[in-house]
Write a protein that binds this ligand. Structure first.
Ligand SMILES: [Zn+2]
Ligand SMILES: [Zn+2]
Length: 199
């Protein structure tokens, strides 16, 4: 009878060891999952995306990526200096939206704090004057796109003014788009615009 009791105790101890072992494996796994679950930082990395692919259904990942894009767009709509203020005015040089306290008016245009000194401290002059025609409104759009490209890729600052001229003889208003750049950059800007608009 005593032998049976010893065997029973040994068996229960053995079971206890196995249960503790299983529990610790379970807890370890739980902690591991928590530490590798996607956080906003690793969402943007390749490994983050791979981890996501393992954890979520593809449709959910797609939705999360959509949300990310939406978030970036939201940031574009707010002043970069005041993230709670909606952007209301576009800087004539960098084309970014700023809140009204971050832009200054000069020569009927608006300039952000970074680019107003460029206007004040350098000499600027006309590069080109384009007569806009109602038959080809696309040309004006192309010019604005080109201006943006010149700033982003070539780091050449330009701004575009709209001038109106009254044609007395034929009694209508002519519209001109005038591109300005710093005096020392005029030739470079001219060359790029000519090359691009002819292409
Ligand atoms: Zn600017
Ligand atoms: Zn602002």
């Amino acid at each position: 009878m005593e032998q049976w009791a010893y065997l029973l105790i040994a068996l229960s101890l053995f079971m206890l060891v196995i249960i503790i072992g299983l529990l610790s494996v379970l807890i370890y796994k739980l902690f591991k999952n928590q530490s590798t679950s996607p956080t906003p930082q690793n969402l943007n990395t390749d490994s983050g995306q791979q981890q996501l692919a393992k954890d979520f259904h593809p449709a959910i990942i797609e939705r999360m990526n959509d949300m990310k894009k939406l978030k970036q767009k939201r940031a574009d709509l707010y002043c970069p200096n005041h993230t709670e203020e909606p952007g209301e005015t576009v800087c004539a040089i960098c084309d970014k939206l700023f809140c009204n306290s971050c832009v200054k008016d000069f020569k009927s245009l608006h300039f952000c704090k970074e680019h107003l000194p460029l206007i004040m401290n350098f000499e600027w002059d006309e590069v080109f004057t384009f007569k806009t025609s109602t038959e080809d409104p696309e040309q004006g759009v192309r010019l604005y796109d080109l201006k943006k490209e010149i700033f982003e890729k070539e780091e050449l600052a330009t701004y575009i003014e709209t001038h109106y001229k009254i044609n007395v003889d034929q009694d209508f208003i002519e519209t001109y788009l005038v591109v300005y750049s710093q005096k020392e950059n005029i030739q470079r800007v001219k060359d790029i615009i000519q090359k691009q608009l002819q292409a």
